[in-house]
Write a protein that binds this ligand. Structure first.
Ligand SMILES: Cc1cc2nc3c(=O)[nH]c(=O)nc-3n(C[C@H](O)[C@H](O)[C@H](O)COP(=O)(O)OP(=O)(O)OC[C@H]3O[C@@H](n4cnc5c(N)ncnc54)[C@H](O)[C@@H]3O)c2cc1C
Length: 379
């Protein structure tokens, strides 16, 4: 008999194969997917609220359910849509769930869980990506309002978002101090989506630049403590890295299985490619990398369920997952030969999409810097 978790996996598989897979080619071509149509469909199955408590309108499901959801999303060559869903569930909302007031959660988190609101996370700026402490977008207090001016870039879901979880400076302290997370609704006067960006991959996900010029939002839109935004964002980043590890595990497994099928079919020098040791060893080695990632994912679930800090594990995981994803994409294209380089093959989109994994959500070098500092180096 199937366990409850396996039944859940089958349900997710069926949702992904009916609601995403038939449309993904068109969405990739259009450079956007209809988040306001898809998200309510996912929410109808409780999928957008898996990790949130029933008091916020969520499912309060064990973390393993989020892992399975992300893995199954990863299996459909729809990395752009997977990223957008991860933003909604694991990047723009965890701080709000953890630190937001009940009123703020009722206004913004509950509709996001129902799929009525599309959420985005706005940290990166034209002059500050890896170095988050370099952000300069500033909120000045005016009575009960913040008045915000500055710019953000590379923001996922931005052209469709109803609101942004934005990291801004709320004092002149500089460095890691004096930042706050503030919810900025998309219809705020003085807020503008400047332009949608044209990306190498993940094309079904919309990414845009934002400008704020005297955008006025209530101080009650501040998530958690004023001045603790950087620290809150760092713990939100840990959940973001965890979700990347989950979806890359499913995605890499899917791509390796498809490549293995191809090795069986494709004959070179009078026999199937599968009879050649090099491609078989390469796929086996990559499968071992995925197995290590999945073991780490399960460990992170156990640790989080025990209330333990997973900063180190999520950092190691993000680094390993990003590299594994890229290596799998490279091998898949290589062993498909010329047809693998054609846009008509699944390998082309997969190759373009995978490249982001070592840049977005903290580049590999940033993961190495975090780990090196944990180990006592001063780089
Ligand atoms: C498709 C896409 C979607 C994104 N979505 C969002 C989003 O929704 N919200 C958001 O806020 N941001 C988002 N980002 C931004 C993303 O997180 C940043 O691009 C990333 O953190 C890198 O910052 P940067 O681009 O400014 O690169 P830089 O900080 O300029 O770094 C450039 C390169 O320098 C190297 N480097 C950086 N730091 C170090 C170091 N300490 N030691 C050695 N080498 C180093 C790395 O190789 C890095 O790639 C997105 C980016 C992309 C491409």
């Amino acid at each position: 008999m199937q366990s409850e978790l396996e039944q859940f996996r089958a349900m997710v598989r069926s949702v992904v194969s009916t609601e995403i897979e038939p449309h993904i080619d068109a969405w990739e071509a259009e450079g956007i997917f209809p988040a306001h149509e898809l998200f309510p469909k996912l929410a109808a199955h409780g999928l957008l609220g898996l990790g949130f408590g029933p008091e916020d309108g969520g499912e309060g499901a064990p973390l393993e359910y989020q892992m399975v959801f992300s893995e199954e999303l990863g299996r459909g060559n729809a990395a752009g849509v997977t990223m957008a869903i991860n933003v909604q569930m694991h990047m723009a909302t965890p701080s709000l769930a953890q630190f937001g007031t009940p009123a703020l959660k009722a206004k913004y988190l509950a509709p996001a869980i129902r799929g009525e609101h599309v959420a985005a996370i706005a940290v990166t700026e034209p002059d500050a990506g890896s170095d988050v402490a370099g952000i300069t977008t500033k909120a000045e207090r005016d009575g009960d309002d913040w008045v915000i001016s500055g710019a953000k870039t590379f923001i996922t879901n931005a052209t469709q978002a109803d609101w942004f979880c934005m990291l801004v400076r709320t004092s002149d302290e500089g460095g890691y101090r004096g930042m706050s997370q503030i919810i900025v609704p998309a219809d705020t006067p003085g807020f503008e989506v400047v332009r949608k960006l044209d990306k190498v991959g993940n094309r079904s996900s919309d990414t845009a630049e934002l400008r704020l010029d005297g955008a006025r939002v209530p101080v009650s839109n501040t998530i958690g403590e004023i001045g603790r935004g950087f620290q809150q964002q760092m713990s939100q980043f840990v959940i973001e890295r965890l979700s990347a590890c989950f979806s890359i595990a499913g995605s890499a497994e899917w791509a390796l299985a498809k490549t293995r099928d191809y090795l069986k079919l494709r004959e070179v020098f009078g026999e199937p490619l599968e009879r050649r040791q090099y491609p078989v060893f390469k796929l086996t080695e990559l499968s071992a990398d995925v197995e290590l990632l999945k073991a780490l994912n399960e460990k992170m679930c156990r640790m989080l369920n025990n209330g333990e800090d997973i900063t180190r594990e999520a950092t190691v995981g993000k680094l390993h997952a990003g590299r594994t994803y890229r290596n799998v994409a490279d091998a898949a294209m290589q062993f498909h030969g010329g047809i693998g380089y054609m846009e008509e093959s699944w390998t082309a989109r997969y190759y373009r999409d995978a490249r982001l994994s070592s840049i977005g959500g903290g580049a590999d070098e940033v993961m190495l810097q975090v780990l090196a500092r944990m180990d006592g180096y001063t780089v």
